[in-house]
Design a binder for this molecule. Structure first.
Ligand code: AMP
Ligand code: GLY
Length: 428
């Protein structure tokens, strides 16, 4: 079948890489893609939010399966658009409709969903601009650190952790009154701080049955030792040492099953990925957030560990035929390092020539923010490449990833040298 992947990041390059290995895949397109996807698929110059043009492209090119990478088009209703058009309706799609995408698109919705279905999560209350005084009173009753979350999508920047009540009040005012995140902070959640270690869990579902993909740990801060500002993600490892079979079983029973049951109960026909952000608090799983998609850069560590035919699973999810499906997972370890532009996550320059890509490193090199320029490849974003090493141990996978990363250069290149280091000698 012909398959279209929507998005232009490292996640989409890794998805396309895995999809292309399937005997079920005839042609693969990526819209809009990057220089990496161009080497394994046909890039299509259509914006991820241009549903009409994407629809026309699918018809013209006999696309039978669409895999939506990022959250934006899901929250804006790409599935609803395809469902509402009789000529597009038969096209299979991995990704929920607007109702399902609310799990990510509204933190107020997802918090209430978790509470309705007894899914363990941090206590929180939601306030809007008209209840600023109540928000201040509530903050006065909270013990710092205090977590403040913009309700809507804020490009991963909408969560602020305040170390004092005074700072929390100033931040809440900034968000609600000064609209720091625009409409996304028209509502703000004030949430209890969970002290623990994070884990990303990925579920592929048809709304009734599901498979759980390999778990991963993401490294969000720009600096080594988890210091400095948050980024889209500076690296990932899979598997995660503390996510042993017993802990994963608890997540399945206490989080995954009630989430799927909750979706069914609420009449939400969810077909796609659910990325559950878990905090392990003293051995107990709590949900920090849901995302309606795969993680980036986690996908770049997860895909190399899936042995099964991904297309078969994607089709099963989109068709509602997940029952009885299983996923085979490789025992190897994977470590992904994000190579970023100098200055990221703040201001950075684009258009730097990337050197060393042709050197034969052992690790996989997924592109994120890159574009072709003549024979060369230029940086074209904050996160530029994701290098994924594999090995029999975490250490081997790290070494492979860092050896390949060391071949690559551009003016201003930065990456963390400590991805996975905290897990090397992890003791609960
Ligand atoms: P989110 O945008 O929901 O992924 O939140 C961004 C990051 O903020 C998470 O990955 C956590 O590191 C942190 N965070 C979110 N909620 C909490 C919480 N209740 N307690 C502690 N950290 C949190
Ligand atoms: N790596 C975190 C995310 O994709 O949201």
């Amino acid at each position: 079948m012909n398959i279209l992947v929507i998005g232009n990041g490292g996640r989409e390059h890794a998805l396309a890489w895995k999809i292309r290995q399937s005997p079920l895949c005839e042609k693969i397109f990526v819209a809009p893609g990057n220089a990496g996807t161009a080497s394994i698929a046909e890039n299509v110059a259509i914006d991820v939010d241009d549903f009409a043009a994407l629809g026309k492209f699918c018809i013209a090119n006999n696309v039978q399966l669409v895999v939506v990478g990022p959250e934006g088009p899901l929250v804006k209703g790409i599935r609803d658009y395809f469902q509402n058009d009789p000529s597009l309706r038969p096209i299979l799609m991995v990704g929920p409709d607007t109702q399902g995408a609310q799990l990510e698109g509204s933190k107020d919705f997802s918090k209430k969903f978790m509470l309705r279905h007894n899914i363990p999560t941090a206590k929180a209350r939601t306030f809007s601009a008209s209840d600023l005084d109540q928000a201040f009173d509530y903050i006065s009753s909270c013990k710092p650190p205090i977590v403040l979350k913009a309700d809507g999508l804020a490009a991963g920047k909408g969560v602020i952790i305040s170390l004092s009540q005074g700072e929390a009040k100033a931040v809440v005012k900034e968000m609600l009154i000064n609209k720091r995140f625009g409409q996304a902070s028209a509502k703000v959640l004030i949430e209890e701080f969970l002290n623990g270690i994070e884990l990303s869990v990925f579920v592929l579902t048809d709304g009734k049955d599901y498979v759980i993909l390999p778990e991963a740990k993401d490294y969000k801060r720009i600096g080594e030792g988890d210091l400095g500002p948050n980024t889209g993600g500076m690296g990932a490892v899979s598997p995660v040492v503390f996510a042993d079979a017993a802990f994963m079983k608890r997540i399945e029973e206490e989080v995954v099953k009630p989430t799927i049951a909750g979706l069914i109960h609420e009449g939400i026909d969810y077909k796609g990925f659910i990325f559950v952000g878990i905090m392990n608090v003293g051995g107990n799983p709590f949900v920090i957030e849901y995302n309606a998609r795969m993680g980036d850069p986690e996908t770049q560590a997860v895909m190399p560990r899936i042995k099964s035919d991904l297309v078969e699973l994607l089709v099963a999810s989109a068709k509602g035929e997940m029952k009885g499906k299983q996923i085979e997972i490789d025992e190897h370890h994977a470590v992904t390092i994000a190579l970023v532009s100098g200055g990221y996550p703040g201001d950075y320059e684009k258009g730097k020539v990337i050197r060393g890509l042709e050197k034969d490193g052992k690790a996989l090199v997924f592109h994120a923010g890159t574009k072709k320029h003549g024979e060369g490849i230029l940086t074209d974003g904050g996160r530029v490449l994701a290098v994924s090493g594999k090995g029999n141990s975490l250490n081997e996978a790290r070494e492979q990833a860092y050896q390949t990363a060391a071949h690559i250069e551009w003016d201003g290149l930065y990456y963390r040298k400590d991805i996975g280091q905290d897990l090397m000698n992890y003791k609960g």
